[in-house]
Design a protein around this ligand. Structure first.
Ligand SMILES: NC(=O)c1ccc[n+]([C@@H]2O[C@H](COP(=O)([O-])OP(=O)(O)OC[C@H]3O[C@@H](n4cnc5c(N)ncnc54)[C@H](OP(=O)(O)O)[C@@H]3O)[C@@H](O)[C@H]2O)c1
Length: 347
């Protein structure tokens, strides 16, 4: 049995889903996989809750629901304790990072990842931001410290898209990747096909809780760009950053364009793609009319998918209906279990 003492930065939708998942399935994971997690510090914007013996996750969820902040945790609340100082304040071996994404600066997650890796802690993140700007640096740091940096939750989270590439494509070359990795824009485009104007589609996505209050990250294509960068850097050996990707969102797409595409036997999707070119990898995000027989064309509503074009295996599609914090939490749990198993095998 491996027991990790974990720090979690962020206690929003995903952070709370992680707590719920470990409450419900933690014992089964220990029994079946020999990996246990004891949360010793959880932080949000209020500060932190700390207990070196392990926080009571149900009590933490109750405190958050009642007061809005984990710093009100009875006996272990630390108002204002945050960032690298919080990570340094406890003995821990694992960071779970679920603070908000900034694709431009990577912060605050980037500082959290660096602090944890420098302390030789394994890191599991669902936050794309740090990986977009500093993928190679962070992987190098993890390697130097002899720890793992895993991020299955960052790309089409409920699917094993990155796990497939990590565990099942040995010996094959991924020649290109196409993806519909953003559920919110796919939902909006599906509504627009049914006649909604863009603004009404965005409002409807907000009403069902899948779009951010500020939907720019999704609508302008930056979330999709972040995901294709992570895929390209992980699976195709790239070193792409945000400025290397040609990004066009769905802001200028009209209902008439969608209707016309349908009439021509095509479905308009916000496609993220990367392919090998004469000057290295070329990545782009753009609204793209796909023939209806294209595997990604039939993804509707909140579905997401990643299509790997490989030399040995042909085309491999990984897709899922819907995007929810629990799927992301499960991806993070998967990462923790893999780290536990692989490091146990090494020791
Ligand atoms: N939602 C999804 O389904 C999904 C899917 C894949 C990936 N992700 C990624 O997962 C991450 C979390 O998403 P979410 O939906 O849970 O976001 P969220 O609901 O906005 O939660 C963010 C959490 O981070 C906390 N936070 C903000 N600044 C912080 C800081 N400096 N230090 C520590 N905590 C801080 C917030 O505190 P307060 O609670 O006090 O505001 C909140 O608890 C994001 O990076 C997102 O891109 C989300």
């Amino acid at each position: 049995m491996v027991t990790y003492r974990a720090v979690r930065m962020g206690f929003g939708n995903v952070g709370r889903a992680v707590a719920t998942l470990f409450l419900q399935r933690g014992t089964a994971v220990e029994r079946d996989h020999g990996v246990a997690v004891r949360f010793v510090l959880v932080a949000d914007r209020s500060g932190a809750a700390v207990d070196p013996a392990g926080l009571d996750l149900q009590r933490l969820l109750d405190v958050k629901a009642r007061t809005g902040g984990v710093a009100a945790y009875p006996g272990g609340g630390r108002p204002g304790l945050s960032g690298a100082a919080a990570i340094a304040s406890v003995a821990a071996d694992l960071l779970l990072e679920v603070s908000p994404t900034s694709v431009r600066t990577g912060e605050p997650g980037l500082a959290h990842l660096r602090a944890a890796l420098n302390r030789a802690m394994h890191v599991v993140t669902a936050n794309k931001g740090p990986l977009v700007g500093a993928y190679r640096d962070l992987m190098r740091l993890a390697h130097e410290r002899g720890v793992e940096l895993r991020y299955a939750g960052t790309v089409a989270a409920p699917t094993p898209a990155l796990d497939l590439a990590r565990y099942a494509l040995h010996g094959a070359v991924v020649e290109s990747i196409e993806a519909v990795p953003n559920a919110t824009t796919n939902y909006i485009l599906t509504l627009m096909e049914a006649g909604y104007a863009l603004e009404d589609g965005i409002r409807a996505a907000q009403d069902v809780g899948i779009a951010e209050t500020d939907p720019a990250l999704d609508v302008e294509g930056w979330d999709s760009a972040a995901k294709i960068i992570i895929l390209a850097n992980t699976v195709m050996g790239g070193d792409l950053r945000l400025d290397d990707v040609d990004v066009e969102g769905i802001g200028a797409v009209t209902t008439a364009q969608l209707t016309q595409a349908r009439r021509q036997g095509r479905a308009l999707k916000l496609l993220a793609s990367v392919r090998r070119g004469p000057r290295g990898l070329h990545a782009a995000v753009a609204p793209t009319p796909l023939p209806v027989e294209h595997p990604l064309a039939r993804l509707r509503n909140t579905a997401m998918g990643v299509l790997f074009h490989t030399d040995l295996l042909g085309d491999l599609l990984v897709s899922v209906e819907g995007d929810a914090p629990l799927g992301t939490a499960q991806a993070m749990l998967r990462d923790v279990v893999q780290i536990g198993r692989e490091h146990r095998a090494l020791s």
